[in-house]
Design a protein around this ligand. Structure first.
Ligand SMILES: *[C@@H]1O[C@H](CO)[C@@H](O)[C@H](O)[C@H]1NC(C)=O
Ligand SMILES: *[C@@H]1O[C@H](CO)[C@@H](O)[C@H](O)[C@H]1NC(C)=O
Ligand SMILES: *[C@@H]1O[C@H](CO)[C@@H](O)[C@H](O)[C@H]1NC(C)=O
Length: 417
């Protein structure tokens, strides 16, 4: 059984280096169009929601004015379907002239003026997933230059309509091409998901050398089933995935769907908690123009965000799965702090889970425990303190723990002994 020590993990992580563009020392935070707005290109009948400059301007306004920016949410990312149907006479990509009448450079300016950053999308194949012009091998340098000249700050490079050889050549080549533009551009690679997401098909050391983040697994959909499937896959493969992550290089389990139609309040907390444990990008795909207060509170939870953004950048793990269908997740944080998540996979009623920090591999000592979603200190626990915690069906309780001195120990009345 492995012990709760950070040092061996750090040693493993230091074996490989990150893409040397200085970006994303903590996981990126922002907003992306795809899950919520897909490929809605009908600006005539649906001008408010179509993939066009108004949508991205609206989201930039909300992000700048509704407190998101101050919390670290900064990238506004265009996904598929922004392009004109063909390259122009000079062979360059252009935005659809009807939906983006000002072009991407104007949109970039709009976003930069609000202190935010712009992300864009392309595909290493001949076409994007939705059939728009892609960036095949012979266009990589051209398109990298175009994106840089437009003021783009982030590129999501998808992999539809490409084969493994084109991927093997194209993803590193785009990394070089972005670097050669001289503009710092965060680089998100969809390569792993197109080759099964795991070694030996994926060389995660190479991914860390050439990309700032990468999609490992299938697209998220607006449902708890989808979120659970992602959590299960990342946990089942955590031995391969955890060591790949670190400052400047992140596994990406895909967008936050909190605030949409598919998750209950408890399930939304579960997604936020697990994405914080996994050091996942916090890239929302929702409608910031009409988000309910409960979703906003979860997405703007400062302690959850600080756990996600912990500077040590060590991805967390699933510690155990109980027969009771409670799962416990753990992430080491800087200054000997840590996070625990108790996830309830039951569907009946709130479950009273009993354990102690010692049973969860914590070393001898005393820890102050803070409940992240209840925003209150639970108490000060010794490693042997028997605690119980009530977890709602498909919900999660998230704790932040910091070691304290024995002198600070207090008795907490509801703890059973
Ligand atoms: C390009 O890569 C070099 C080192 O490989 C790095 O020093 C430089 O900052 C990078 N430039 C950009 C714009 O990413
Ligand atoms: C093609 O698009 C680029 C970038 O948007 C633009 O600078 C160039 O003038 C266009 N060329 C033609 C022939 O329209
Ligand atoms: C994986 O990529 C690294 C470069 O980051 C390379 O040194 C190593 O040989 C590769 N491993 C395999 C099995 O190809």
């Amino acid at each position: 059984m492995w012990r709760l020590t950070v040092a061996p993990l750090l040693a493993l992580i230091s074996l490989s280096t990150a893409l040397d563009n200085g970006l994303l020392r903590t996981p990126p935070m922002g907003w992306m169009a795809w899950e919520r707005f897909r490929c809605d290109i009908d600006c005539k009948d649906d001008p408010v929601n179509c993939i066009g400059e108004k949508l991205f301007q609206d989201m930039a306004d909300r992000m700048a004015e509704d407190g998101w920016k101050e919390l670290g949410y900064e990238y506004i990312i265009i996904d598929d379907c922004w392009m004109a149907r063909a390259r122009n006479k000079s062979g360059l990509l252009e935005a659809d002239p009807v939906r983006f009448p000002g072009g991407i450079p104007n949109l970039a300016r709009y976003i930069h003026d609000r202190g935010l950053k712009l992300g864009i999308y392309s595909d290493v194949g001949v076409m994007t997933c939705m059939g728009f012009p892609g960036t095949p091998l012979d266009k990589i340098e051209t398109d990298a230059k175009t994106f840089a000249s437009w003021g783009v700050d982030y590129l999501k490079f998808d992999g539809c309509y490409s084969n493994p050889v084109q991927q093997m050549l194209g993803y590193p080549r785009m990394s070089k091409a972005l670097n050669a533009t001289g503009r710092p551009i965060a680089y998100s690679c969809s390569w792993p998901v197109y080759v099964g997401g795991l070694p030996p098909n994926v060389n995660y050391s190479l991914m860390g050398d050439i990309c700032n983040l990468w999609r490992n697994y299938y697209d998220i959909q607006d449902s708890w089933d989808s979120v659970q499937g992602i959590i299960d896959w990342f946990s089942a493969n955590q031995d391969d995935l955890q060591v790949a992550a670190g400052p400047g290089k992140w596994n990406d389990p895909d967008m936050l769907i909190i605030g949409n139609f598919g998750l209950s309040l408890d399930q939304a907390r579960s997604q936020m908690a697990l994405w914080a444990i996994m050091a996942a990008p916090l890239i929302m795909s929702n409608d910031l123009r009409n988000l309910d207060n409960a979703a906003r509170a979860i997405l703007q939870n400062k302690v959850a965000i600080s756990i996600n953004q912990d500077p040590s950048g060590i991805q967390g793990r699933r510690l155990l799965r109980e027969k009771s269908h409670i799962e416990v997740y753990w992430r080491p944080l800087s200054q000997s702090a840590s996070a625990l998540v108790f996830l309830c996979r039951r569907q009946d009623m709130p479950f009273m889970y009993k354990s102690s920090l010692a049973k969860l591999n914590y070393s001898v000592g005393t820890y102050e425990v803070y409940d992240v979603f209840m925003s209150r200190t639970v108490g000060v626990f010794n490693d042997t303190t028997e605690f119980k915690v009530s977890i709602n069906p498909s919900g999660a309780v998230m704790w932040r723990l910091s070691p304290t001195t024995l002198e600070n120990t207090q008795k907490v009345d509801w703890i059973s002994t």
